[in-house]
Design a protein around this ligand. Structure first.
Ligand code: NAD
Ligand code: IPM
Ligand code: MN
Length: 370
C-alpha cells in the first residue's frame, strides 16, 4: 500500500538550494525504490522570498506550512540582504515559522560517525562514539521576549535592549520533550541555564527540578551553568546524554557541538510542536548551519546535514525508521569510503563537491537496498 504524505520544501538562500537539490534526489529515490511517496511542493523563504514577494515569508507560505505534514527547510540569509530593515531581514523567515507553528522543541543531535573520528578538531579519544542530543527551546527566551528595541536616551546616546523571559509552561513543555527522549537513550538529562545570574534561569532550574520529581523520578537529572557547559562540551563531551536549554544558549552550544562531529555541515535538526486535537504534530526539519555565503554558488557545500535532516523527518514525522536508518547508514558508508566535502578533509581522503557527494550517497542507497 502506497501512502501519500504532504511535504513543504523551503530551500531558502545561499547553499540552501544547493544542498536541498541533493536531498530532492534522495526523495526521488525513496519514491522509486522504496514506494515512499510525498505530495511535495516548494516555497520561497528568506532572501529569496524578499526578492520575489517583498518579505521573508508570505502569509500564504505560512498557511501552506501549517497545512503540510512536515516542512523541510534549507537556510536563509546572506550579505545581499544586509541593508533590509531589521524587521524584514531573511532570518525572520525561520523565526516566524517556529513562532507561528508553535515549534518549541528544537532537537539537535551531535553524533560522531566512526569514519569522522579524525575529522574533529578535538582528539579522537575525546569524541569517539559521541552521541548527544541538545534540546533547544525555540519559540521563547530572548529571541522573542518583550520589551525589545533600540531607543534614544535623553543624552542622545542609543540603547539596544532585549528581554530573556520563560514561563513555567514554556519550561515544562520543552523539558518534557528532553525527559521523554532521555528515556529512550541513556536516561540522563542535563539542564543548562545561568541560574546564578538570571531570574529566568533560576525559574528554569526550579521548574525542571519540580517536573522531574513529579513526572520523571526515574530519569537522572543534573544542572549546569551554560558557561561551564560550553567548557565541558570541549573537555569531555561524552559525559552528556540529553542537554535541555533555552533558545540562545541552545543556539550557541549546538554550533559548538557540531565541531565535535567534524563539521557544522554534518548536524541536522528537528523542530517539533505540540500534538494537536487531530493527532498531528507540526514539525520542521533543517540543518543547524546557515546559508554559508562564503562558499555559496561554488558547489562545495556538504549536503549531509540536509540529508540527515530529511532522515529525521522520515523518523519523527512518518515513523519510517528503516528508511531513516538507510540514509544515515549510506552517509556513514560514503564517508568510510574516503569521500569528503572540503569542510571534512583530512589526510588520505578524497575531496568531492556537493553533487558528487550526492551521487555517492545514491549509489550507496542502491547498494544497501540490495
Ligand atoms: P553559517 O552556518 O552559514 O556558516 C558558518 C561557517 O560554516 C562558514 O564558514 C560556512 O562556509 C561553513 N558551513 C556551514 N554550512 C556548511 C556546509 N553545509 N558545508 C560546508 N561548510 C559549511 O553561519 P554564518 O556565516 O554565521 O551565517 C550566514 C548566514 O546564514 C547569516 O545570514 C545567518 O543569519 C544565516 N543563518 C541561517 C540559519 C538558518 O537558516 N537556519 C542558521 C544559521 C545562520
Ligand atoms: C539557527 C540559526 C537561527 C537561530 C537564525 C538564522 C535565526 O542560527 O537555526 O541556529 O538563531 O535560531
Ligand atoms: Mn544557529
Amino acid at each position: 500500500m502506497a501512502n501519500t504524505r504532504s511535504l513543504l520544501v523551503l530551500p531558502g538562500d545561499g547553499i540552501g538550494p544547493e544542498v536541498m537539490g541533493e536531498v530532492r534526489r534522495v526523495i526521488d529515490w525513496m519514491d522509486r525504490k522504496r514506494d515512499i511517496h510525498f505530495d511535495l511542493s516548494e516555497g520561497l523563504v528568506g532572501g529569496a522570498a524578499i526578492d520575489a514577494e517583498g518579505k521573508p515569508i508570505s502569509a500564504e507560505t505560512v498557511a501552506r506550512a501549517k497545512a503540510a505534514d512536515a516542512i523541510l527547510f534549507g537556510s536563509v540569509g546572506g550579505p545581499k540582504w544586509d541593508n533590509q530593515p531589521f524587521d524584514n531581514r531573511p532570518e525572520i523567515g525561520i523565526l516566524e515559522l517556529r513562532k507561528q507553528l508553535g515549534l518549541f522543541a528544537n532537537l539537535r543531535p551531535a553524533v560522531v560517525l566512526d569514519p569522522l573520528v579524525d575529522a574533529s578538531t578535538l582528539k579522537p579519544d575525546v569524541v569517539r562514539g559521541l552521541d548527544i542530543m541538545i534540546v533547544r527551546e525555540a519559540t521563547g527566551g530572548i529571541y522573542f521576549g518583550e520589551p525589545r528595541g533600540v531607543e534614544t536616551l535623553p543624552d542622545g546616546q542609543q540603547r539596544g535592549f532585549n528581554t530573556e523571559s520563560y514561563s513555567t509552561h514554556e519550561i515544562e513543555r520543552v523539558a518534557r520533550v528532553a525527559f521523554d527522549l532521555a528515556r529512550h537513550r541513556q536516561n540522563r538529562v542535563c539542564s543548562v541555564e545561568k541560574a546564578n545570574v538570571m531570574e529566568s534561569g533560576l525559574l528554569w532550574r526550579q521548574v525542571v527540578t519540580a517536573l522531574a520529581a513529579r513526572e520523571y523520578p526515574d530519569v537522572d537529572l543534573s544542572h549546569m551553568y551554560a558557561d561551564n557547559c560550553a567548557m565541558q562540551l570541549v573537555r569531555n563531551p561524552r559525559q552528556f546524554d540529553v542537554i535541555v536549554t533555552g533558545n540562545l544558549f541552545g543556539d550557541l552550544l549546538s554550533d559548538l557541538a557540531s565541531m565535535l562531529t567534524g563539521s557544522l555541515g554534518m548536524l541536522p535538526s528537528a523542530t517539533l510542536g505540540a500534538v494537536d486535537a487531530t493527532g498531528k504534530r507540526p514539525a520542521l526539519y533543517e540543518p543547524i548551519h546557515g546559508s554559508a555565503p562564503d562558499i555559496a554558488g561554488k558547489g562545495v557545500a556538504n549536503p549531509m546535514a540536509q540529508m540527515l535532516s530529511f532522515a529525521m523527518l522520515l523518523r519523527f514525522s512518518f515513523g519510517l525508521e528503516a528508511e531513516a536508518a538507510l540514509i544515515e547508514r549510506a552517509c556513514t558508508n560514503v564517508l568510510a569510503s574516503g569521500l569528503r566535502t572540503a569542510d571534512l578533509m583530512s589526510q588520505g581522503t578524497a575531496k568531492v563537491g556537493t553533487h558528487v557527494m550526492g551521487d555517492a550517497v545514491l549509489r550507496e542507497l542502491d547498494k544497501l537496498n540490495g
